[in-house]
Design a protein around this ligand. Structure first.
Ligand code: NDP
Length: 396
């Protein structure tokens, strides 16, 4: 018997709820979010009274605890926003629940994310005998599990790791983000950062870029940005000499982004408008398309993977492990586009790894610390097949 509580009824929460509801390892399923009507719509589409729903403000620990004490979840899957990570972890500790998320904590008033805040919970989760699984979406998530799989099966030492994330889909809108606009714009407008020889090198935003080839897609301009899994991967694989994260952006997207920044709409500090305090980026989110609504007209694929260079049996090898996901196929199955799908499927699968006792432990874990094999054995069946290329030109 395993009870799962999902928090956050956005695009990712929709996919997680569908996948968890379809998995018999979960006896009871609840979806809770700030707006209950959104949870009800997801539950109604699944049908059969399989999914209970509730309203909760995940910024409020007493409210979370009230819900946890009533539903008694074994595991809480947090797919609300990164701002809620710590309050949900606090409530899990208070009520004896295990925890999983897909994005690391970020304070609302500072566009800065790092694991230190959540790693600081290590002793408390350990003492409570509870598991906290951090970053179990696609990136972070599957990218770290791909790296763990490479380290386990194909390398004695990983030296160079380049995570490559291409969205070659087209949603037909002039400008839209593929997941929560506020979080997305904060992520892609910050300075670039990568790891080399024990140091973090900081660049101007989008300063380093080059065309890379993606399977079944072709060449796309790819930009080095900072991404959170780099921090845990260089810690857990100390043989890494350089680790970078590349993301593709179209020219149109970058032009819109530049204008948004230039006119102050990406600001995260409050301003007074007509006597009311508003945060420009939050206002912008309200007028941009809801990422959940993009699916119907989205076509094309995403392609995310790890390009690795390292040593096996004294010889240098290259390795490329990746998944391609089709927006239309994701929409047909779940009513959401591929970015929500590629995030939600691993989160639900990670929760089932915990439920089946395959990923357990007392403390706070990044996903690469667990055995990648049972997870990757099921990832394809869940809709995200993956592929390996050996000793190919990895371009980076
Ligand atoms: P959405 O904005 O679509 O959904 C977020 C949901 O959380 C909304 O339903 C929102 O409620 C709810 N929510 C926000 N604040 C609160 C609160 N205080 N209490 C309760 N519920 C709240 O985002 P996405 O679904 O696109 O993304 C969800 C998460 O997934 C984000 O943290 C994002 O960073 C992460 N992500 C991770 C990826 C990965 O690969 N690792 C990739 C993409 C996303 P309401 O509907 O009322 O606004």
């Amino acid at each position: 018997m395993c009870k799962a509580l999902i928090i956050g009824a956005g695009g990712v929460g929709t996919v997680v709820t569908q996948k968890i509801a379809a998995n018999p390892v979960f006896t009871d399923v609840m979806l809770a979010s700030r707006t209950k009507s959104k949870c009800d719509a997801v539950a109604a589409a699944i049908g059969g009274n399989r999914v209970k729903t509730a309203e909760v403000d995940a910024d409020n620990v007493p409210q979370l605890c009230e819900l946890f004490r009533a539903f008694k979840p074994d595991i809480v899957v947090n797919v609300a926003l990164p701002y809620q990570d710590l309050t949900i972890m606090d409530a899990c500790l208070e009520c004896g629940c295990n925890y999983l998320d897909t994005a690391n904590y970020e304070p609302k008033d500072e566009a800065h994310f790092e694991y230190s805040w959540q790693w600081a919970y290590q002793d408390r989760f350990k003492a409570a005998g509870l598991t906290a699984i951090l970053g179990c979406g696609f990136d972070p998530g599957v990218t770290a599990i791909f790296t763990a799989y490479a380290a386990k099966h194909h390398f004695d030492e990983i030296h160079y790791l380049d995570i490559v994330d291409c969205n070659a889909g087209n949603h037909g809108m002039a400008f839209a983000t593929n997941f929560n606009p506020e979080i997305n714009i904060r992520e892609v407008t910050q300075k670039g950062r990568y790891y080399e020889n024990g140091q973090w090198i900081v660049t101007e935003p989008h300063e380093i870029h080059r065309p890379l080839h993606y399977p079944e897609i072709g060449e796309r301009e790819s930009y080095v940005i900072y991404h959170e899994e780099l921090e845990s991967l260089v810690k857990n694989y100390p043989t890494i000499k350089r680790a970078r994260f590349w993301m593709t952006f179209g020219k149109e997207y970058l032009t819109h982004l530049r204008v948004i920044q230039d006119i102050g709409m990406a600001r995260i500090d409050p301003i007074i408008y007509n006597g009311v305090e508003i945060v420009p980026i939050q206002f912008l989110k309200a007028v941009l398309p809801d990422p959940k609504s993009l699916g119907a007209n989205y076509h094309g694929q995403t392609s995310i993977g790890c390009r690795i260079r390292g040593i096996k049996d004294g010889k240098e090898h290259t390795y490329y492990i990746y998944n391609n996901c089709d927006h239309e196929k994701a929409y047909k199955e779940t009513g959401t586009q591929a970015v929500s799908f590629t995030t939600g499927v691993p989160a639900a699968l990670g929760a089932s790894m915990w439920a089946k006792g395959l990923w357990r432990g007392a403390g706070v874990f990044n996903v690469e610390e667990f055995d990648p094999d049972p997870f990757l054995a099921e990832l394809g069946e869940q809709g995200l097949p993956w592929h390996e290329l050996f000793d190919v030109d990895i371009e980076v």
